[in-house]
Design a binder for this molecule. Structure first.
Ligand code: COA
Length: 260
C-alpha cells in the first residue's frame, strides 16, 4: 500500500512504520494521521504482523507535534472534533492487540510525545527530547497527553511538563519512567527489533491476553481488574501455547509455540 507520508516495511513479522515528513520534522498533518490510522488498521488482522515499530524519518525528529498550520482556524466545536479525531487515531494504535514499540529518534513534542505514549513501549535515542509544549500555543494536549502522561509518570510530573511546556532529554525521560530504555541513535532500530523478536518468540496468545489485561488498568478498579485478569488467565489455559509452554518446561526443552 503506497503512502504519501509514511514508509511501511514488513519483515520477520515486524512492521516498521516511519513518519516521513522530515522537512516539517515529521509533524502530523491530517493526511499523515489518516495514513497512520489506515496502516495500523491494516495490521490488526494481518498474520504477517506480530509487532509494530513506530519511528520518525531522519535523525532529528520522531514527531514534532501536530501540524501547527492546521490549528489556526479552529474554534470551540471544530477544536473539540480535532482533538477527538486525533485521539481516535491514537486509540487504534493503543488498542491494536499487538505490541507497538515507539523508537523515539529525536523530538517527541506535543502530539509526538502523545504518539509515543499511545505505544506499548518506548525506546529513546540519546538525542531524543520530550515535551508537551501546547501551553506555549495557548492550548492543552489534545491527543491523550493529559491522561496517558499522568498515568505513566504520575500526576506531579505530568503537571510539571504540561504546565511549563519544558522539554526534557532522554535521560530525564528514563528517570521519570516515560521511556523504557535509552540507547545511542545508531543502536535504536536494532534494539527495538531485538525487543520485537524477543516478544515474537513467546506464545502470542499470552502476549495478546497480557496486553488486554495490562491495558485494562486504565479503566478498571483493582477489584474489577483482578477479576478480568483471572478471566484472561483462564482463557490462556485453553490455548495450545499453554499446553506447549508447560510441557516444554517439564521436558527441559524450548517451547515450539504455534500461537494458537
Ligand atoms: N507543525 C508544523 N510545522 C512544524 C512543526 C509543527 N509542529 N514543528 C516543526 N515544524 C516545521 C517548521 O515550521 C520548519 O518548517 P519551515 O522550514 O517550512 O519553516 C521545519 O519544521 C523545521 O523546524 P524548525 O523550527 O526550523 O527547526 P528548529 O531546529 O529550529 O526547532 C523545534 C525544532 C522542534 C524546537 C521547533 O520546530 C518547534 O518548536 N516545533 C513545534 C513543536 C510544538 O510546539 N509541537 C506541539 C504542537 S501542538
Amino acid at each position: 500500500m503506497p503512502y504519501q507520508n509514511l514508509l511501511v516495511e514488513i519483515s520477520h513479522r515486524v512492521a516498521t512504520v516511519t513518519v516521513n515528513r522530515p522537512d516539517k520534522l515529521n509533524a502530523l498533518n491530517a493526511a499523515t494521521k489518516a495514513e497512520l490510522k489506515q496502516a495500523f488498521e491494516s495490521f490488526k488482522n494481518d498474520p504477517a504482523v506480530g509487532v509494530v515499530i513506530l519511528t520518525g524519518a531522519r535523525e532529528k525528529s520522531f514527531v514534532a507535534g501536530t501540524d501547527i498550520k492546521e490549528l489556526t482556524e479552529l474554534e470551540v466545536k471544530s477544536g473539540e472534533a480535532f482533538a477527538a479525531g486525533g485521539q481516535a487515531v491514537f486509540g487504534v494504535i493503543e488498542h491494536l492487540g499487538k505490541p507497538v514499540i515507539a523508537a523515539v529518534n529525536g523530538y517527541a513534542l506535543g502530539g509526538g510525545c502523545e504518539l509515543a505514549l499511545a505505544c506499548t513501549l518506548r525506546v529513546a535515542s540519546e538525542n531524543a527530547k520530550f515535551g508537551q509544549p501546547e501551553v506555549n500555543l495557548g492550548i492543552i494536549p489534545g491527543y491523550g497527553g493529559t491522561q496517558r502522561l499522568a498515568r505513566l509518570v504520575g500526576l506531579g510530573r505530568a503537571m510539571e511538563l504540561i504546565l511549563t511546556g519544558d522539554q526534557i532529554d532522554a535521560q530525564e525521560a528514563l528517570r521519570i519512567g516515560l521511556v523504557n530504555k535509552v540507547v545511542p541513535l545508531t543502536d535504536l532500530r536494532a534494539t527495538c527489533e531485538s525487543i520485537a523478536q524477543k516478544i515474537l518468540s513467546k506464545g502470542q496468545q499470552a502476549v495478546k491476553f497480557a496486553l488486554q489485561a495490562v491495558n485494562a488498568t486504565a479503566n478498571m478498579s483493582l477489584a474489577d481488574g483482578l477479576k478480568y485478569e483471572a478471566e484472561l488467565f483462564g482463557q490462556c489455559c485453553g490455548t495450545e501455547d499453554f499446553k506447549e509452554g508447560t510441557t516444554a518446561f517439564l521436558q527441559k526443552r524450548k517451547p515450539n509455540f504455534t500461537n494458537k
